[in-house]
Design a protein around this ligand. Structure first.
Ligand code: KG4
Ligand code: ZN
Length: 346
């Protein structure tokens, strides 16, 4: 007798530098999951090196899928579909996940489902909520993206704007590199920031008063750089930044990023009159951002749902979004290609 009334699905995530797989039931229950991070491989470069990431995915993808199946105690014959994030991300990394998913779909004779990784970051909020989180304004803040959406449903998202240069997480990583705080930079910068003065440096809040939903963080990054070494200097290793300055630089930088993110979210909530904000992506794990968003939500009177910590950074559990597609018969063809997204607007 079959063990499942509705058989679970396998979800695969390999858009950047995490290789992840999960087995997910129709009601969103996670039967098993596995995430292999590559932080140690990229640390010495202080950023993700695409070719290194793709090669590491090749090595890890099958063991990660195997582990998720074993944890769930589910056999391939008990799966009803395989879902994979096909956009946006690093081309080589995406290809590894997509090739694995297609191969398994053919071998196991199950359909393929394609997931937008950014929509999945927002769906992590749905997984943490006991009620519908749509309609809402959605903010994705990650290492590769800073994007605002008007979300009518889990698969019905209108892009309102996003970064025109660095993503918020990328800026955190670059500031950490300048101050030699390690990789990934977000958690380290945030730890130093908690000990610093957020008003010590008047860093720019780019485009904060402009009447659109685009972001820019490259000017802020340059301002921090000048505050550390002065114009014209390149070599950060020659500059000795004492602990107080380090904390103040991190605190003032974090305040500038958070100010801009919170202001734009408040404006979007007002302008579209959608009194609910959902927030996902690696930077959504930032404690100061969470606190400032919570305070804005209570002042302005809108509902705030932020992805739980464990679902902020990349994972395959948020691929539960695939169930929304399966329910609507939205399957992908086997000649599906990756969409890395060099163009903006996801
Ligand atoms: O969502 P994610 O795992 O990968 C992408 O889809 O890009 O996000 C990773 C990013 C990194 O840039 C990392 O520095 C940042 O999220 N991050 C944080 C924190 N934790 C991770 N940034 C700020 N504060 C944090 N606590
Ligand atoms: Zn991500």
């Amino acid at each position: 007798m079959a063990r499942f009334l509705v058989m679970p699905i396998l979800t695969i995530e390999s858009t950047c530098d995490e290789t992840a797989a999960a087995i997910i039931a129709e009601d969103g229950r996670v039967l098993g999951d596995c995430v292999a991070t590559q932080e140690s491989l990229h640390e010495r470069f202080q950023g993700v090196v695409p070719e290194v990431a793709a090669r590491a995915h090749v090595e890890r993808i099958l063991p990660v899928i195997d582990t998720a199946l074993q944890k769930a105690n589910v056999s391939p014959a008990e799966l009803q579909a395989v879902a994979v994030a096909d956009r946006p991300g690093l081309a080589g990394s995406l290809l590894v996940g997509l090739m694995a998913a297609k191969t398994l779909a053919v071998a196991w004779k199950i359909p393929l489902v394609a997931i937008n990784h950014l929509h999945a970051h927002l769906y992590a909020c749905q997984l943490a909520s006991d009620h519908d989180v749509y309609p809402s304004i959605g903010l994705v803040v990650s290492g590769g993206h800073t994007s605002l959406y008007q979300c009518s449903g889990p698969l019905d998202l209108e892009y309102l704007g996003g970064t025109i240069d660095d993503a918020a997480g990328e800026a955190f990583d670059k500031i950490a590199a300048m101050l030699q705080l390690g990789f990934p930079g977000g958690p380290a910068v945030s730890k130093w920031a908690a000990k610093g003065d957020r008003t010590a440096y008047p860093f720019p809040r780019s485009m904060v008063h402009e009447d659109h939903f685009n972001f820019s963080f490259s000017g802020l990054k340059t301002a921090v750089r000048y505050a550390i070494v002065g114009p014209g200097h390149q070599d950060f290793s020659q500059v000795d930044v004492d602990d107080t300055r380090k904390a103040n630089l991190c605190a003032s930088f974090e305040a500038a990023v958070v100010d801009v993110l919170v202001s734009k979210c408040r404006r979007a909530v007002e302008q579209y009159n959608v009194r609910r904000l959902i927030v996902g992506g690696g930077v959504a794990a930032n404690k100061f951002l969470r606190e400032e968003l919570a305070s804005a939500a209570s002042t302005d009177g809108f509902e705030l749902i932020i992805a739980p910590f464990r679902l902020c950074t990349d994972n395959a559990v948020m691929g539960a979004l695939a169930w929304e597609k399966i329910k609507r018969d939205q399957f992908a063809p086997l000649d599906l290609d990756v969409t890395p997204g060099l163009q903006r607007g996801f």
